[in-house]
Design a protein around this ligand. Structure first.
Ligand code: HEC
Ligand code: HEC
Ligand code: HEC
Ligand code: HEC
Length: 212
């Protein structure tokens, strides 16, 4: 066999082999591997940056229905509502305020409305040291009893600070009532967010991944 016929033979074998492979691939002889499963979307509640609560100041900005805050539509400016208590000295919340669930502190130690609301002007709240604040600016009210937490909040250790971390622009420190209901302030426990997706579990084939 001379060099030329060796070359022809090699090329013929190559062409034949590639033709067989082409036919095999086109006729899908080994079956296709299933496509990699789509990554499940992160549930929207995990990436939602809204605070747990919409407070009074938020409602004013949103121009929402503020009738719950119009105290003097129902109350008389000259006659502050009289607090009612049951035999065990637990406060009785009247039906007109049944959306309010009182439970401030583990032993309901701060359930008395006028610890916070000002009886002589229901549209204001009053701090322990006698300051009068608008109902929409209640953070110093909370701070007047929760000094250490308030100092943590001012330092950015408690609560949430948004905006410019290096103070090159304004910062936005969320008020206490963005997270805590003033009437039942215990923060409910929440479900942890799902862990990161590992894209493909080591050792598993894509077809297996589709099952979960
Ligand atoms: C839709 C009408 C209505 C509105 C609005 C309203 N109240 Fe009342 N509230 C009542 C009625 C009715 C009672 C029970 C009778 C009473 O004590 O005057 C009551 C009772 C109260 C009491 C006594 C609670 C107790 O345990 O005995 C307080 C304090 C009070 N209201 C505060 C407020 C404040 C503060 C606002 C505004 C932020 C407000 N209310 C808005 C109708 C209303
Ligand atoms: C720990 C302080 C505190 C106590 C105690 C308290 N409140 Fe309030 N209350 C607030 C603050 C602060 C707001 C405004 C919350 C916001 O910005 O969303 C408010 C809002 C309200 C409102 C208007 C919005 C709504 O939830 O209906 C009413 C009415 C009201 N309080 C009545 C009462 C009554 C009645 C009591 C007693 C049974 C009471 N509060 C006890 C702090 C308090
Ligand atoms: C008049 C004083 C007073 C004011 C004003 C006040 N608190 Fe409290 N707070 C208390 C007391 C007392 C407790 C109960 C402490 C305990 O049980 O050990 C408490 C408990 C709490 C708790 C813990 C609840 C739990 O069950 O673990 C939170 C959260 C809280 N307050 C948030 C707030 C927020 C937010 C405000 C402002 C809207 C506020 N407080 C205003 C006195 C106050
Ligand atoms: C961005 C949300 C957020 C804001 C704003 C916020 N808190 Fe809290 N706070 C929480 C959460 C969540 C917990 C529960 C922590 C836990 O269960 O371990 C908590 C717990 C607390 C407690 C229970 C005791 C403790 O320290 O663990 C108090 C009291 C309290 N907050 C007061 C305040 C006061 C006062 C302010 C405003 C000056 C405030 N919080 C602002 C989210 C917030």
């Amino acid at each position: 066999m001379n060099d030329q016929s060796k070359t022809s033979l090699t090329l013929t074998i190559l062409v034949a082999a590639l033709t067989v492979l082409t036919v095999a691939f086109l006729s899908n002889l080994w079956g296709r591997t299933s496509p990699v499963a789509d990554l499940p979307l992160v549930p929207p509640w995990v990436t939602n940056t809204a605070t747990a609560r919409t407070n009074y100041a938020d409602l004013i900005r949103m121009k929402a229905d503020l009738s719950d805050f119009d105290c003097y539509v129902c109350h008389d400016q000259k006659k502050p509502p009289v607090l009612k208590f049951d035999a065990n000295h637990n406060i009785i919340v009247p039906d007109e305020h049944k959306d309010i669930v009182m439970g401030h502190g583990r032993h309901n130690r701060n359930n008395v409305c006028y610890n916070c609301h000002d009886e002589s002007n229901l549209e204001l709240v009053q701090t322990r040291d006698g300051r009068e604040l608008k109902l929409s600016e209640s953070t110093p009210l909370c701070g007047s009893c929760h000094g250490p937490t308030y100092r943590d909040w001012e330092a950015g250790v408690h609560g949430r600070t948004s905006g410019f971390w290096d103070r090159s622009g304004p910062i936005d420190r969320k008020p206490c009532v963005s997270c805590h209901d003033p009437h039942s302030p215990k923060f409910p426990s929440r479900e942890p967010a799902p862990g990161p997706h590992p894209l493909r579990v080591a050792g598993s084939r894509p077809s297996q991944e589709r099952t979960h």
